[in-house]
Structures are given as C-alpha cells and as structure tokens.
Unconditional design. Structure first.
Length: 268
C-alpha cells in the first residue's frame, strides 16, 4: 500500500482529516527546505506538497511566483529537489511527499529517468499542473510502474465528463481547486464547495483535498469539515517571504501556522 493510501486510512481510523502544507523547494534558499519539512510534520502535517521551482508557473498567483523566483536565484533544479526529498527520508520514512510542478523539467529529464529517480528518492505522488488527463495516458504506465500516484486537479468549472475521467485515472487523492483563479485568490463559500465535492464523489472513491483560499485556522477547519484534506499554500509561502532575510526563523514560523490549523481542524 502506498504511503498516501496508508496515511488516509490512518486518518480515517482516527476520525481526522489530512493537513497538506505546500512550500516551494529551495525558497528562500536550499538549506531551509528539509528542516522546514520536518517542522511541518511535527506541527501535524499529514502529507507534504513540495513545489518544484519553474520559470513560468502559470497556475500560481504572485505569492508563489515570487517563491519560484527566489528558489531559481539559487539554481534549484528538479534534481536538487529530489535530493531534498532523499535527505528528508533519512529521518522520516512515513510522511508522504507529493511534488507539485510543471511538465517542462520532467520532459527535459525524461519521463522514465524522472520516475525512477523520484521513486528512489522517496517521492509518493505527482501533481503536474499542465498534464491534463486527456494527454496523460501515454505516461501514466511509467508513473504506475514506479509506484507514483498521479494526482489531478478539478475546478469549479469542471464538467461531470471531466470528473468521470479523472475518477478513472487518478490515484492517491483528487485535488479540488475551490476557486476560479490562481493560488492566493479569494476563497469560495463552503456550501458551494460541498455541493461540488458531492458531485466528485459520485465519480470516485478517492479522498478529495480542497486547496486555494485556505489562509487561517478557521477556514482550514471549515473546509476540513466537508473535505478529506485541506491544502495550505500561500499562507505559508507568505511567511517564508516575510522571513526571507532571516531564514533560520522559517521552520518555527511554519510550525506555528500549521499547529494552529491542525488544532482547529481536530476540534471540529
């Protein structure tokens, strides 16, 4: 059983929901990332989502675009990100790690080479924003052979036909983008999100995580009440940006944000 599937089963047994923090690897410098990952787990993170820096992150708003720029100033590459995951695995072999990024670096490395390297490093899943399910059939066997879950995005505008297709192809969990827009935009209402989740669940038994617009303990708790997981990105990356000149303070700051969210989610 994959780490992601195992983690969701554990959470369900404990009547808890998954807290999935996102940070960009190498932001604000490569030395911060692994320590920050460990602190996020200590704060109650269930799964780590690690952004692979890219020069044209089209799905991301200004906050995460700047994070990519800060990481790229240090020439953080896909290979470096995999080394960070491998280092993380030296102390933590249980917490699932999902890479979130874009196709170009993967294509440059080569799908088979990347899939083997990611699996060897301890990566569990992939969110490739610009790989739509309609175009994924050729590469999915490569990821499956290397036990990498391919996680797809659904949005408020997604049709039932798209939900059905992703329900057949996805593994790990489904990522529901709760707003019409980029990361960091205003949040959607819980009633609206709940109705969409009910529709998605007609087409898949996979857990559904809710992302985009979760900024504080209250919103984390509200969305945890209706979803299987909440994904927190911009709220964390904002803290990283604010402390970019004092990087030694970043792991503790991320712990503070996530511990408050975990507490609110568990109290719901």
């Amino acid at each position: 059983m994959s780490r992601i599937k195992t983690r969701f089963a554990q959470l369900q047994a404990d009547s808890k929901k998954a807290l999935i923090p996102f940070i960009t690897a190498g932001d604000p410098n490569p030395q911060v990332t692994v320590g920050a990952m460990h602190e996020m787990v200590r704060a109650g993170a269930s799964i780590i989502e690690l952004g692979v820096p890219f020069s044209d992150p089209m799905a991301d708003g200004p906050v995460i675009q700047k994070a990519n720029e800060r990481a790229l100033k240090h020439n953080v590459s896909l290979t470096m990100v995999l080394k960070m995951v491998s280092e993380f695995r030296q102390k933590d072999n249980d917490t699932p790690v999902v890479l979130m990024g874009y196709l170009n670096p993967v294509e440059v490395m080569g799908y088979e080479t990347f899939a083997r390297a990611a699996s060897d490093a301890g990566v569990d899943g992939l969110i490739l924003v610009d790989l739509p399910p309609e175009e994924a059939a050729e590469v999915m066997p490569v990821f499956k052979e290397n036990e990498l879950d391919l996680i797809f995005l659904l949005a408020p505008t997604s049709s039932e036909q798209r939900m059905e297709l992703i329900g057949r192809l996805a593994s790990g969990f489904i990522y529901y983008v709760s707003i019409k827009g980029v990361t960091g935009a205003a949040r959607a209402g819980t009633d609206e999100v709940a109705s969409k989740l009910a529709l998605i669940r007609q087409h898949s038994e996979l857990p559904v995580g809710i992302g985009f617009g979760i900024k504080d303990p209250q919103t984390a708790a509200e969305f945890a009440a209706i979803g299987d997981a909440v994904v927190v990105g911009s709220a964390l990356v904002n803290r990283v940006e604010a402390l970019a000149d004092s990087p030694e303070q970043i792991p503790a700051a991320l712990y503070e944000v996530l511990a408050a969210m975990r507490s609110a989610m568990d109290a719901t």
